[in-house]
Design a protein around this ligand. Structure first.
Ligand SMILES: Nc1ncnc2c1ncn2[C@@H]1O[C@H](COP(=O)(O)OP(=O)(O)O)[C@@H](O)[C@H]1O
Ligand SMILES: [Mg+2]
Length: 226
């Protein structure tokens, strides 16, 4: 099977003041369709940096990311943003929901951006279905401030699924939750992977997630170890 996404010799340095800070030093990995990869590493190891590079959110200092035969970083910013919106979903530690919008509107948002138009009955219907799927069918008109952390993360997961992404990128998805709520989120991610065959890349410093992963890699000293 050919990989769904491939990172090839990715390096990333941040220039802060004098010496450049080398965070990634030649990281390569290939993600197969339907797998769930968990990348662990201590805080500051470069996990978010790597996830952002793989998801087309940042620019590598060297190397490339191949998705469907195309190098993400050979595309224009606009083309890359379009591809991201269509094919990738993102889940972050602090949810990144729009506080002024309801749960339903937050989930609909990628749908509006995708078709360039405003809210439609079709996007609303799909968003409602996704919120039901994550157990929030009765929270449609709540605003993020009226939801618990775990509920906000469920909204964020539903939003990430809105455009039917081929890949789901999760950055410390349980990092802001108590362990019980966190394990419910892990269960949901595992269900998305095992039952719906969605491909997931999760980066976390929490080693508990390694138990449910199809494959575990560790990021250390700027390199990935199998
Ligand atoms: N925009 C930036 N500019 C300068 N340094 C950064 C920037 N982003 C991250 N870093 C540094 O890169 C290292 C890795 O960061 P990050 O990828 O966020 O690690 P992790 O997610 O594993 O905690 C850290 O030492 C951090 O301080
Ligand atoms: Mg991080």
């Amino acid at each position: 099977m050919s990989p769904l996404l491939e990172g090839v010799a990715l390096s990333k340095s941040y220039r802060q003041g004098g010496e450049p800070l080398e965070v990634l030093r030649g990281v390569s990995l290939a993600l197969q369709p339907g797998e769930m990869v968990v990348i662990v590493g201590p805080s500051g190891a470069g996990k978010s940096t790597l996830l952002h590079l793989l998801g087309g959110l940042d620019t590598p200092t060297a190397g490339k990311v191949i998705f469907q035969g195309r190098n993400l970083y050979a595309l224009s910013d606009r083309e890359r943003a379009q591809l991201r919106n269509r094919a990738f979903g993102f889940v972050f530690q602090f949810y990144h929901l729009v506080p002024e919008l309801t749960a339903l509107e937050n989930v609909m948002l990628p749908g509006w951006m995708g078709n360039g138009g405003g809210p439609s009955a079709k996007t609303a219907q799909r968003a409602r279905g996704l919120l039901e799927e994550v157990g929030l069918g009765r929270r449609l008109s709540h605003h993020p401030g009226q939801l618990s952390g775990g509920e906000q993360q469920r909204v964020a997961i539903a939003r990430a699924l809105m455009n039917g992404p081929e890949l789901l990128f999760c950055d410390e998805p349980t990092g802001n939750l108590d362990s019980e709520t966190g394990s419910k989120i892990v269960e949901l991610l595992v269900r998305l992977n095992r039952q719906e065959r969605r491909t997931l890349v999760v980066v976390t410093h929490e080693t508990s997630m390694t138990q449910v992963a199809g494959r575990v890699l560790s990021l250390k000293d700027g390199r990935l170890w199998g």
